[in-house]
Design a protein around this ligand. Structure first.
Ligand code: ATP
Ligand code: MG
Length: 553
């Protein structure tokens, strides 16, 4: 990984240096979401990174809502964000912080800057302000209001607070440098007038601080040492430093940037997800094809799998997309020993064992997980009528097809050998049932060595089968075909969801509860859907198939 020495990422190296040099004596990090949407996998990276660092250095991790911008914020999101962070296992102590709790201190900070001659009230219109700002190649011009006296500025700013001006009529600006090559430093706006009801402070304020002013103050108030954010804030760092230095915080926090996490074949942009929801392509922000944390949880991803994924991805300064297959690898690894491996027939066809006594049921002890002896065994019912997968039978098999076909013998996983003696079709030529005979000598566990068969198939006894719905997923977009159409709309995969309604599961599934995960033998890992499962419907989401296109190095 980029710039990595002895397994330490560049942020850990920076913190190591800071501690060695005595710049800080402890480590305090934070995760500061804006409550304007659901958290997604990118946020999980930030959460686990910040939480992980605090834990590693024996420091503190603050969870703070960056709720300084009331229009876009909804209390609905506050709860979902709290739930997601808890689910991820990032322990933020007993306290949830809110940036809006610091509005008084932010106001005082602004007054302090005015008193230092470092901030002024400006009456330029937004258009004028744009003109004065200059461009990347040309310096800006000083505002004609820049030289107002401190007294005048104090009075005007107080009037702003007291609601004496229209929304947008005036702003408070930092007095820095209109010729700075960094446009963020050209007398940026610190406060604006906007009459908006805030979910926390109600109508107390009609002026609100801008992000670049508020954020460093929030960090400083909480004693954050390392304010870790994503790369788009790199150019804002000088302003962050200006704010904490001019406000003379002892031990001010420092900002460190890392690259955002992007994943192939998924959508994270709120704009696109919103459209998918509105067009009814997905059934909400937690649709299992999305990568919001609510969606990943519903699909069956675990916090452990996300942690493992973030470790594999690492922390870098370089933007790039990570292969979705890597995320799949991580959940497979996590569930490998945890999930019991049961038999589920998702596209059933009935198989009748002509020479097996009618009404008889016998039970086989089958391992719950061949790779994990601790998982124990279970009793699996076997009877004259069973279900097998439609694709495990062919009338006219191609070469190297070792499953069931007329005259061929296969092993029923954990039970007997059966040989196909007949099959029936309906008027359209669909196979409706298969007839076999079994050989009692071949009973599993009997040590039978008389002959070998090349194919083993899974099955479910009809008398005790559990009915279920199974949803198979493909990626919502196919990166190779292009994520966007020419008109800028999302080029989504029309086959991203397949619903199978007539699935037959072995009796052990009877007790499956929402959120439980299993391996369906030969099919992959599946999780009981927590939204659609009811007393009448048992619905499963395929988390991931068993085949992997990603190999860890
Ligand atoms: P989005 O626009 O996707 O919601 P955001 O940056 O506006 O992202 P915030 O709620 O403002 O979302 O961000 C909270 C924290 O999460 C910030 O520190 C931000 O840098 C970080 N973050 C957001 N997206 C990602 C990502 N893809 N990878 C890593 N960190 C991210
Ligand atoms: Mg945002």
């Amino acid at each position: 990984m980029e710039g990595e020495v002895s397994g330490r990422n560049f942020i850990q190296q920076e913190i190591d240096n800071d501690l060695r040099e005595g710049k800080y004596t402890n480590v305090v990090t934070r995760f500061p979401p804006e409550p304007n949407g659901y958290l997604h996998i990118g946020h999980a990276k930030s959460i686990l990174l910040n939480y992980g660092l605090a834990k590693e250095y024996g420091g503190k991790f603050n969870f703070r809502f960056d709720d300084t911008n009331p229009t876009k914020e909804k209390t609905e999101f506050v709860q979902s964000i709290i739930d997601d962070i808890k689910w991820l296992g990032a322990d933020f102590g007993d306290e949830v912080f809110y940036a809006s709790n610091y509005f008084d201190q932010m106001y005082d900070a602004a007054v302090k800057l005015i008193k230092k001659g470092k901030a002024f009230v400006c009456d330029l219109t937004p258009e004028e302000m744009r003109e004065y700002r200059g461009t990347l190649t040309e310096p800006g011009k000083d505002s004609p209001y820049r030289n107002r006296t401190i007294e005048e500025n104090l009075e005007l700013f107080e009037n702003m607070k007291n609601g004496m001006y229209e929304d947008g009529a005036k702003v408070l600006r930092a007095k820095i440098d209109m010729a700075s090559p960094n446009i963020n430093m050209r007398d940026p706006i610190l406060y604006r007038i906007a009459r908006m009801t805030h979910h926390n402070t109600g109508d107390k304020w009609c002026i609100y601080p801008m992000y670049d002013f508020a954020h460093p103050i929030e960090d400083a108030i909480e004693g954050v040492t390392h304010s870790i954010c994503t790369l788009e804030f790199e150019d804002h760092r000088p302003l962050y430093e200006w704010v904490v230095n001019e406000l003379e915080y002892p031990n001010p926090p420092r900002q460190i940037e890392f690259a955002k996490l992007y994943l192939t074949n998924v959508v994270t942009g709120k704009r696109y997800i919103k459209k998918l929801v509105e067009d009814g392509i997905v059934d909400g922000w937690d649709d299992p094809r999305l990568v919001s944390l609510a969606a990943l949880r519903r699909r069956g991803f675990t916090p452990e799998s996300l942690k493992k994924f973030m470790e594999l991805v690492g922390v870098t300064k370089a933007n790039g997309s990570v292969d979705y297959a890597m995320l799949e690898y991580c959940i497979r690894e996590d569930l490998k020993l945890k999930a019991n491996r049961l038999m589920a027939v998702i596209d059933p066809i009935k198989l009748i064992i002509d020479n097996y006594p009618e009404g008889q049921v016998e039970y086989f002890d089958i391992d719950n997980n061949q790779e994990n002896p601790d998982a124990g065994t279970r009793k699996v019912a076997f009877s004259r009528e069973i279900y097998i997968e439609r694709e495990d039978f062919m009338e006219e098999p191609p070469k190297k097809y070792f499953r069931l076909f007329p005259g061929n013998e296969v092993r029923l996983k954990g039970a007997y050998f059966v040989k196909c003696v007949d099959y029936k079709k309906d008027g359209q030529g669909n196979i409706t049932e298969i007839h076999c005979t079994y050989d009692p000598e071949t009973r599993s566990g009997s040590g039978f060595e008389g002959r070998k068969v090349k194919g083993t198939i899974h099955w479910v006894s009809a008398e005790s089968a559990v009915d279920a719905q199974v949803r198979l997923y493909e990626n919502i977009v196919d990166e190779e075909k292009g994520k966007l159409n020419e008109d800028g709309t999302l080029n989504y995969n029309p086959n991203s969801l397949t619903v199978l309604n007539n699935c037959k599961l072995e009796a052990a599934f009877k007790d499956a509860k929402p959120g439980d995960s299993f391996q369906f033998l030969r099919h992959g890992y599946f999780c009981v859907d927590s939204k659609d499962t009811t007393d009448e419907l048992l619905a499963f989401n395929r988390i991931v198939s068993l085949k992997s296109s990603y190999k860890p190095n």
